[in-house]
Write a protein that binds this ligand. Sequence first.
Ligand SMILES: C[S@@+](CC[C@H](N)C(=O)[O-])C[C@H]1O[C@@H](n2cnc3c(N)ncnc32)[C@H](O)[C@@H]1O
Length: 241
Amino acid sequence: MASEQTGRGSARSAVVWAGLETVVQDGARDVLDIGGGTGGLAVRVGALGHRVTVVDPSPDALAALDRRAREHDVAVTGRQGDLSSLLDVVGPDSADVVLCHGVLEVVDDPAAALATLARVVRPGGVLSLLVAQRHAAVIARAMAGHFQQALEMLEPTGPVAPSGRTGRRHTYDELTALANGAGFVVDTVHAVRVFTDLVPGSLLDLEPGATAPLVELEQAVATRPEYLPLATQLHLLAHRP
Ligand SMILES: C[S@@+](CC[C@H](N)C(=O)[O-])C[C@H]1O[C@@H](n2cnc3c(N)ncnc32)[C@H](O)[C@@H]1O
């Protein structure tokens, strides 16, 4: 999600960033990016003046984060850890904003993960959760002719499905139930990448002018509930009361 992204990359990140901007536009806040990886989002948030900590189990990702932060002259702290050790690494009530993007897909117990995040976010603080959405994945598999995989994906699976396919996916109802169950109050859920993943890459590569109207279209449908089941990802913003 680095600011220099163009084409499909910027179309993919536009809706998420637009939602997040409403949260990070003011002041210097303590932001935790759990599973922040190589820091594309963390560096962008840090550039706004926030105190950003990335916790990630991968030493390689943390090394890449460090390089990226130095390249952009942004201070971001990287710490090794994962959701199960998070309270030991950063402590309870330590963040005004917690970003958890692309991580619930791989954890064993999403409800336990959300309970941990609820302890890390300060009262009044915000949770930003980005997850893969299941219905769109079923359609994508079926359209690619992978009917057996599509059948298997109709129901929730763990992080590793019986077929060996990895990556848990959530529906809107499952995601909001998880957040509510951990004590968060859900503020918005946006549809992310409704069209971008369906557009041939060559269209965006060969026609740079195509990206701007695609981004506009993605923004226009992001808040329409009827597009939530068609979205590759869901972006939930919630707060701790
Ligand atoms: C798909 S990447 C997402 C990276 C980044 N958040 C983003 O949105 O681009 C998943 C990240 O989660 C990290 N991860 C894997 N298991 C984790 C766990 N149990 N707790 C926290 N992070 C984990 C991985 O190292 C990886 O950096």
